[in-house]
Design a protein around this ligand. Structure first.
Ligand code: COA
Ligand code: AMP
Length: 638
């Protein structure tokens, strides 16, 4: 039996050989001769000399191999009360036809296509159709507001937008089309056309000449064949939070993604062709890209597309129903989802109604998995609960417990060990590695493994500056933590202003920009405060312009509405409070970390450089009125 140590060492001994060997799991048009190449600007690319097509690998080759009748996608949608199954053969037809439609309307290799869709099979058809013709998709999460969509339209300059008429959240319809129309009106760039999937829950008004009905547009189309693309061709752009209001367009390379995701399906998630795999995330996030769409399909698995919530659709037993009904082998969700289930059904009573014998593992990622949640899930399900750590930038695990190789002992609070391809180092301020057990900035020695991003769309300088500049020779992950004596990695906090709200990555800087745009606001600070359900929630502390004598509650409500309108409901922004002044150093720097400590009920050391220590009491009082800063309750800090 192979061991993790043996596999990791084999990668260390010959990194290029390791990944060229893993590349054998992929069907190439021209196979790669070289693993890694250095680019003119000192960056790295994997399998750049190869020619390949992602859609072929995710769809057609399974049909060719006789698996056409196997279910590729199960759309389980408690919000519409439907379960739909799509076989690989049907998937091939649907994707080829959609790809042909895009081609006929002028979309070719390298063109960008924005996909703004809820959790319906057509969202996956759209991603795969782009991959089929070498178009670069950019999926935008449905919980973002029109302004965020407009920012992405202007940055990606898509030739087409594929959208649905609506999404369905418990208790409300999300009006996608008006959001899309609003974004198109705001954006400077004008796409050539939109394809709109009309859902029966809400039919959208189509703009003549620009918008086309999804099905009608395909009625006369010719199915497209797979277009070969170079190994380093961008597969997609996925926007993620940066430190400013301008999101970062993470660019995913084609061949690296194919190889690394395929490797991860077998070696991390321990699933083999024909197995059912379920990642309960959203196609708008990287988890959705890697493990709802590409990873499972490339590996010949059945993937589940879940349009619902862990609780309330209809109850906290939904996860267990789906796992048992569809015979899921490996299940992946975010800790926040389990915290929601645990809150509704602490004793796990609903679990008893279902047969989970086919389930082998539960994987958690997206935010720090607090030991209480892991313990609860382990006790109630009797399954290994595996934390693993990764980022939009990497698209697959930096650290994990490689269940497909060997299941290492779980240490609650640790996402386990570095995966092959990642030489993880904990560095001090001066960029020097620290001893085991010491906290520091977590960095990965360059080059990064296949599938990691190679640039930021339209902003290569930002890529260099944000990730590669602080520790030369390393990728700066933005996370802080440590590695213990057994080589287990611990992720404790972000080193930047990114916060993690219900597994969603948000920038406090971008929320601050919106709050500061309110006409009555003189200055503000947005911090991430610990929340027992969502891990963190954003809280705004706001100073008003001199002379503003309005009701504070009214201003707070306006701020909440403004953030919802400009960023979207996904920000979960509900807390704003007016204060007289912000805590600052004598040089004028706002002491955000000190406020976070106060919000989380800790007793922070008064910073020596503080202008006036008295202000900390005022902040504590303000946070107490919002329900934070309590020292009598144990908060689950994520
Ligand atoms: N489209 C439109 N709106 C969306 C949306 C979508 N795809 N997804 C979420 N929203 C909205 C929600 O309706 C909610 O709106 P509201 O303020 O009107 O109630 C808001 O965004 C916040 O959503 P969320 O943070 O997801 O909270 P919730 O109250 O809907 O559900 C949990 C709470 C814990 C059940 C939920 O956060 C959860 O499980 N999320 C899954 C976590 C996850 O998969 N993360 C991905 C990382 S891998
Ligand atoms: P995203 O790019 O949205 O996937 O968010 C990535 C960030 O989420 C990481 O940089 C971490 O801060 C956090 N994160 C993801 N997975 C974990 C984990 N298993 N443990 C701790 N933090 C995590």
């Amino acid at each position: 039996m192979t061991t993790y140590q043996a596999v990791y060492q084999s990668w260390q001994a010959d990194p290029e050989g390791f990944w060229l060997d893993a590349a054998k799991a992929i069907d190439w048009i021209v196979p790669p001769k070289t693993g890694i190449t250095e680019t003119a600007d000192g960056g790295h690319e994997w399998f750049a000399d190869a020619l390949v097509n992602t859609c072929w690998n995710a769809v057609d080759r399974h049909v060719e191999a006789g698996r056409g009748e196997q279910v590729a996608i199960i759309h389980d949608s408690p919000v519409t009360n439907t379960i739909t199954r799509v076989s690989f053969a049907e998937l091939q037809q649907r994707v080829a036809l959609l790809a042909g439609t895009l081609q006929a309307k002028g979309v070719t290799k390298g063109d960008r296509v924005i996909i703004y869709m809820p959790m319906v099979p057509e969202a996956l058809f759209a991603m795969l159709a782009c991959a089929r013709i070498g178009a670069i998709h950019s999926v935008v999460f449905g919980g973002f507001a029109a302004t965020e969509l407009a920012t992405r339209i202007d940055d990606a300059t898509p030739k087409a937008i594929l959208a649905a008429s609506c999404g369905i959240e418990p208790g409300r319809i999300v009006h996608y089309k008006p959001l899309l129309d609003g974004a198109m009106a705001m954006a400077r760039h004008k796409p050539d056309f939109c394809l709109i999937l009309q859902r029966e829950q809400e039919r959208a008004t189509l703009e003549h000449g620009r918008d086309f009905d999804w099905h009608e547009a395909q009625a006369t189309a010719t199915p497209a064949t797979c277009v070969p693309v170079e190994g380093n061709h961008p597969a997609y752009i996925l926007y993620t939070s940066g430190t400013t209001g301008q999101p970062k367009g993470v660019v995913r390379p084609t061949a690296g993604q194919l190889v690394a995701l395929s490797w991860s399906m077998r070696n991390i998630y321990d699933v083999h062709p024909g197995d059912v795999f379920w990642a309960a995330s959203d196609v708008g996030w990287v988890v959705g890209h890697s493990y709802i769409c590409y990873g499972p399909l490339i590996n010949g698995n059945t993937t589940i597309l879940f349009e619902g919530k862990p609780v309330g659709t209809p109850d906290a037993g939904t996860f267990w129903r789906i796992i048992s009904e569809h015979k899921v082998r490996s299940f992946f969700t975010a800790p926040t989802a389990f915290r929601a289930v645990k809150r509704e059904d602490p004793k796990g009573e609903l679990l008893k109604n279902y047969d989970l014998s086919g389930l082998k593992y539960i994987f958690l990622a997206g935010e720090r998995a607090d030991p209480d949640t892991i313990q609860w899930a382990e006790e109630k399900t009797g399954k290994p609960v595996i934390d693993h750590w990764w980022q939009t930038e990497t698209s697959w695990s930096i650290a994990a417990n490689p269940a497909g190789i060997e299941l290492l002992p779980v240490k609650r609070g640790s996402p386990t060990v570095p995966m092959p391809g990642y030489d993880i180092q904990v560095l001090d301020e001066a960029g020097q590695p620290v001893p085991a057990g010491t906290l520091g900035a977590i960095a990965v020695k360059l080059p990064l493994p296949p599938s990691c991003f190679t640039t930021i769309w339209n902003a290569h300088d930002r890529f260099e500056k944000s990730y590669m500049a602080r520790f030369p020779g390393y990728y700066e992950t933005g996370d802080a933590g440590m590695i213990d004596e057994d080589g287990y990695v611990y992720i404790m906090a972000r080193t930047d202003d990114v916060i993690n709200v219900a597994g969603h990555r948000l920038s406090t800087g971008s929320i601050e920009e919106v709050v500061a745009s309110h006409p009555d606001v003189a200055e503000c600070a947005v911090i991430g405060a610990a929340d027992t359900l969502k891990g963190q929630v954003p809280v705004a502390l706001v100073c008003l312009n001199a002379g503003v004598v309005r009701d504070h509650a009214e201003i707070n409500n306006e701020l909440v509405r403004l953030v919802r309108e400009k960023i979207g409901p996904v920000a979960s922004f509900r807390h704003a409070t007016v204060i007289d002044r912000l805590p600052k150093t004598r040089s004028g720097k706002i002491l955000r970390a000190t406020m976070v400590n106060i919000a989380d009920g800790q007793a922070p050391k008064t910073p020596a450089t503080i202008e006036d220590p008295q202000v900390l009491d005022e902040i504590r009082q303000a946070l107490l009125t919002l329900g934070f800063a309590r020292t009598d309750t144990q908060m689950d800090t994520a």
